[in-house]
Design a protein around this ligand. Structure first.
Ligand SMILES: Cc1ncc(COP(=O)(O)O)c(C=O)c1O
Length: 589
C-alpha cells in the first residue's frame, strides 16, 4: 500500500497508534502504524493525515482519529454531509435539510437515518429488520432492528466523534459536571479497565479496595499493574463490606513511600453494591496533594446529585475519572455506561486510546442512543425526577423496619461513612433464622419479588424511577410472610456468623502479580490439596462479585472455608474453572 502524507507527531506516539482502516466510513480493521511506516512518508507540521491512492480509505489524526474519506466517500460526504445543529436539536442534510424532532441529538440522528428510504448493502445482516429472525421479531417487533444501524456517516463515529455522538457526549458532560464524557458500550467494566490502563503503566502500583469489582482485577491482568489493596470495613453482623476511608488511603500511600514507590492512581468504589459511600472529597484532596489521580467506580451511583436526599456525586467531590453504569439505576439499555473526566491529571488521549482498544469496533447505536436518551430524561426535570422514587423508598424502608425480625441497613450501621444510597434497600433476615439466599428463594417463588443482590444474611432491593407502589406492597407482603412464618432459635440466628467467618480479605499474600499468574503454567488439583498453593484463577462468589482469591495469591484456609460456606448458601462461584469448587487451578511454582 502506497501512502503519502504529513505528520507532526513524535515517532514514539506515532508508532503506538493504530492505523484505522475505513471502508465506506466504517472501521474495517486496525493495524499497528509501525507496520505501515515503511511506505509512509512522514513530515512534521501542525496536522497530519494520510490517504492511500487506492483500496480502503485510511486516515488518522492526532486529535480524534478524524476520518479521511476516499474519493467516493468524500463526494458523498460533501453532498450529503450531516450537520448537527445544537441550537435546534436538528439534523440537517442536503436531502433532508432540517429535521427537528425535538429529540436528544443521537436519538434524532438515529431516527432520521432509520427513516431514510435506503437501499442498504451494509451490516448488520438483518438489513434494517428485513431479515430479522422471526422468533425475536415476534418478541420485540421490527423497530429495534430498524434502528440497529452501523456507523453510517450521519451517525458519527464513537472513536472519532464529530457529529451527534460528540454533541450527545458534550451534553452528558455538562449535566454530570465533567470536562469530558465518553459513552461506553462495554458497561462500566470497560470504563474501569480504561481508567486504570490510562493512568497506570505496567509495573506501576494501583491502590484499590479489596472488594473491587472484577473489572479492576482484569485491568491489572491486561496492563501488568500491581495492586496495593485496602481492606474495606467489614460488618460481620450484615456480612457485607463497606467503603474505604481517606486515612486508609493515606496509610497505603505512606507504606508504598517506605518501599520507594508511589501509586500511579487510587481507585475507590463508591457507592458499593449495597449503597455505602466513601468520603470521596477527603480522598480526592489527599490524592491531589500527592498529584495522584483518583478514579471512582460509581457504577451504582449515576443518579447521585439529582435529589437533595441522594449523595453528592464523585465528580462534584473532585474525582478525576468517574465510571457510571447508566444502565443500573438510570434508564439506558443494559451494557451502556459512561466514563467522565475532570481536572487535568489524566491524559485524555490515553483514555481515547484505551477505550478504542477495549471496545467493539461495531458499537451498538441502540446502546449509544439509549445513553443519550437517559441523559435527556434527567436533564428534562433534574430537580424533580427522583422525587417519587426517593419518597417511595423512604416510605418502604419505614414500613420494612417495623416488620418483626427484619433489619434495614442504614447509616447508623455504617458510621464511618458519610452517606448511603437511599434507593438501595438492604433487608437483613438473620433474625428469622434464614439466610439471604433462603429468604430470596421464597420471595421469588411465592411472591414473584425479584431482588438485585443476595447475601448470606441479607437481600438487597434496587429502587429506581420505574418502581411501582404495587410492587413495593408485594415486597412488603413477602417480608411480612417471612416474618410470620420463620423465627430464629438462639443457635440459628447466629448461624452465618458461627459457621464462617467473614470474607477473608485481610490475610492476603501475593506470590505472583495478577498478570504473571494469569499467564503462568497451571494445573488443576483437588481443593483438599490446594492449601498453600498459588491460585491460578480468579474466584469470585456472585453476588456480590467480590473476588476471594485473585491469580497469584496464596490459597489460605480462611479463603477456602469462606468459599465453601458461601457456595453452600447458594452463591454462584464465578471465575473458577470448576464452579462446583471440587478442584482449583493453581500456578506452577
Ligand atoms: C462496583 C461495580 N463496578 C463495576 C461494575 C461493572 O459494571 P457493568 O455491569 O456496567 O460492566 C459492577 C457491576 O455490577 C459493579 O458492581
Amino acid at each position: 500500500m502506497y501512502m503519502s502524507g504529513m505528520c507532526m507527531w513524535d515517532m514514539e506516539t506515532t508508532a503506538s497508534q493504530l492505523a484505522i482502516v475505513f471502508y465506506n466510513k466504517r472501521i474495517v480493521y486496525g493495524l499497528p502504524l509501525f507496520l505501515l511506516d515503511m511506505s509512509l512518508s512522514l513530515s512534521f507540521g501542525n496536522h497530519w493525515s494520510f490517504r492511500p491512492n487506492r483500496g480502503p480509505t485510511v486516515c488518522i489524526s492526532q486529535e480524534n482519529c478524524s476520518i479521511g474519506l476516499g474519493k467516493r466517500q468524500e463526494t458523498k460526504r460533501q453532498s450529503e454531509i450531516l450537520e448537527y445543529d445544537t441550537g435546534l436539536n436538528a439534523i440537517k442534510t442536503d436531502s433532508q435539510k432540517v429535521k427537528d424532532y425535538g429529540l436528544p441529538p443521537l436519538v434524532s440522528a438515529l431516527k432520521a437515518s432509520a427513516e431514510e428510504n435506503a437501499a442498504s448493502f451494509h451490516f448488520p445482516g438483518h438489513n434494517r429488520g428485513h431479515a430479522a429472525p422471526s422468533s425475536l421479531r415476534q418478541l420485540i417487533g421490527v423497530r429495534p432492528f430498524l434502528h440497529d444501524l452501523p456507523e453510517l456517516p450521519e451517525l458519527d463515529n464513537l472513536f472519532a466523534p464529530e457529529g451527534p455522538i460528540l454533541e450527545a457526549q458534550k451534553q452528558a458532560a455538562e449535566l454530570f459536571g465533567a470536562s469530558e464524557t465518553w459513552f461506553l458500550v462495554g458497561g462500566s467494566t470497560c470504563g474501569v479497565q480504561a481508567a486504570i490502563m490510562a493512568t497506570c503503566l505496567p509495573g506501576d502500583t494501583l491502590i484499590l479496595p479489596r472488594n473491587s469489582h472484577i473489572s479492576a482485577i482484569s485491568a491489572m491482568i491486561l496492563s501488568g499493574v500491581l495492586p496495593k489493596y485496602i481492606v474495606p470495613e467489614y460488618d460481620h453482623n450484615w456480612d457485607i463490606a463497606g467503603g474505604i476511608t481517606h486515612l486508609q488511603v493515606e496509610k497505603a500511600i505512606k507504606e508504598l513511600e517506605m518501599e520507594g514507590r508511589k501509586p500511579a492512581a487510587v481507585l475507590v468504589i463508591s457507592p458499593t453494591y449495597h449503597g455505602v459511600c466513601s468520603n470521596i472529597g477527603a480522598i480526592a484532596e489527599l490524592c491531589h496533594t500527592h498529584k495522584i489521580p483518583i478514579i471512582v467506580d460509581e457504577a451504582h451511583g449515576a443518579h447521585f446529585g439529582f435529589h437533595h436526599q441522594l449523595p453528592i456525586s464523585a465528580l462534584a467531590q473532585g474525582a478525576d475519572l468517574v465510571v457510571q453504569s447508566t444502565h443500573k439505576v438510570l434508564c439506558s439499555l443494559t451494557q451502556s455506561s459512561m466514563l467522565h473526566m475532570s481536572g487535568n491529571l489524566v491524559d485524555r488521549e490515553r483514555i481515547c486510546w484505551c477505550l478504542q482498544t477495549l471496545q467493539s469496533s461495531s458499537p451498538s447505536y441502540l446502546l449509544l442512543a439509549s445513553l443519550d436518551a437517559a441523559r435527556a430524561h434527567l436533564s428534562d426535570s433534574q430537580e424533580t425526577v427522583f422525587n417519587k422514587a426517593v419518597e417511595l423508598t423512604l416510605e418502604a424502608k419505614n414500613i420494612i423496619k417495623k416488620i418483626r425480625g427484619i433489619a434495614v441497613l442504614d447509616l447508623p450501621n455504617i458510621s464511618n461513612f458519610p452517606a448511603i444510597d437511599p434507593l438501595r434497600v438492604t433487608a437483613g433476615v438473620w433474625r428469622l433464622g434464614l439466610s439471604g439466599f433462603e429468604a430470596d428463594d421464597i420471595l421469588c417463588r411465592d411472591f414473584k419479588v425479584v431482588s438485585e443482590l443476595v447475601g448470606t444474611r441479607s437481600i438487597t432491593f434496587a429502587f429506581n424511577l420505574g418502581t411501582k407502589r404495587e410492587h413495593v406492597l408485594r415486597l412488603v407482603s413477602g417480608l411480612k410472610y417471612l416474618s410470620e412464618n420463620f423465627s430464629a432459635s438462639d443457635n440459628t440466628e447466629n448461624r452465618a456468623v458461627d459457621v464462617v467467618c467473614s470474607a477473608p480479605f485481610n490475610d492476603i499474600s501475593m506470590s505472583l502479580s495478577p498478570r504473571e499468574a494469569f499467564f503462568a503454567k497451571k494445573s488443576k488439583i483437588g481443593i483438599e490439596d490446594s492449601l498453600g498453593k498459588i491460585c491460578g484463577e480468579l474466584i469470585c462468589p456472585y453476588p456480590p462479585g467480590i473476588p476471594v482469591l485473585i491469580p497469584g495469591e496464596i490459597i489460605t484456609e480462611r479463603a477456602l472455608n469462606y468459599l465453601l460456606h458461601v457456595k453452600s448458601k447458594g452463591a454462584i462461584i464465578s471465575g473458577a474453572a470448576d464452579h462446583l469448587l471440587s478442584s482449583l487451578l493453581v500456578c506452577h511454582d
